[in-house]
Write a protein that binds this ligand. Sequence first.
Ligand code: SF4
Length: 409
Amino acid sequence: MGEITEIGWTARHQHDGTVLKGATFNPWHGCVEVSPACAHCYARELGARFGTAWGRNEPRKFFPDKHWNHLQRWDKAMRAKGYIKNIFVASMSDLFEDNDYADPETGQTLDSERGRFFQIVEQTPNLMYLLLTKRPENMTRMAPAHWADAWPPNVAAMTTAENQKYYDLRMLHLLAVPAAVRGVSMEPLLGPVDLGFGDWIRLPVGVRSDIPFNAAYAPAGVYRAQRNPYGALSVVVTNGKLLGVTPDEYEVVSNADWFITGGESGPNARVSHPHWFAGIRDQCEAAGASFFHKQNGEWKPISEMPESEYETYYKPWPAALLRQYSESYLREFASREYKVPVGVVDYHGKFYSIDGPLTGAFEVIDGHVGMQMYRTGKHEAGRLIGGREWNGMPAALGGDLPQTALTTA
Ligand code: SF4
């Protein structure tokens, strides 16, 4: 828990122009990995330092009343100033983890603490809770029953998604949550993602096709629809068949309001191609969704460096070679003496270290060429895309932040 966090996307514009940093709050500590984004879980590494082990059968660390009272205290302070504070919930755990662990001394369980949390949420309207989970499939089931039609206005439902596979899977559940604000954090981003604006639909009741030998059934729920060349929609049903649906059978569902991107940091950070970030930004811009780019990660793309900067990382060489992906270019590129680790990431995310074979590194994939990346460290790598910051936030979270350097974390 931290009353002030440097995580840029939690900061919030106030009515008097102040930009107030957000806070983090954890109902407990501890979690278990669910997808590739968890491989270098920052919380797990931090937890290990304080003796909290990660894993399905490891104890969760619960907290006494003193910890929980912070929420009421922060709410009171915000009310006095007429401010709203954004709270990132569960930076060291996952609020929607399904686990029946019980503390042998206090009897606290994940369910008991979740229930306590939801009650406090309703009593603290001057705090805006950003509930970020990798388990959105549990969100509606674990939320209070009286939230079934509408979540409180001071709650944003958010999931994280690192690539297309997890985005498509998790959005089916996130978009079923009746929250006023829905968001997606794509950090670490591990591949290009098609956000599918306009493709999300909901079937209020199940739809059946009784075509002989090709019967199919789509239960009620949210789907990512496929569109044929004539604009008609189909959904993929559990047996893998495509089932056509008509406008009277579906409702269009709005995509998330907010997308956050970021590259990975830490000693084993994976490399994100900068065009993945730019692609998500462009889709958000076209659809009118808010876009926030948190950080480039540990590796800085040459596309965000002026010549004067990248020349500091190696011995100078002719600029014309930068655009030649020939054998001589590769030889030239590989023969330089670099001061930091360097390589090329292709659009699929395959990383070619400068110390290994580079053949194929600059192949054009889906129209995108491999990008030279320099391991400058997180702070040097910064948070620019196309030379500027992207600080978009939905109005319910305070609106866009100014174009000033927010500290990354
Ligand atoms: S879900 Fe979050 S807290 Fe849990 S292991 Fe994955 S990254 Fe870590």
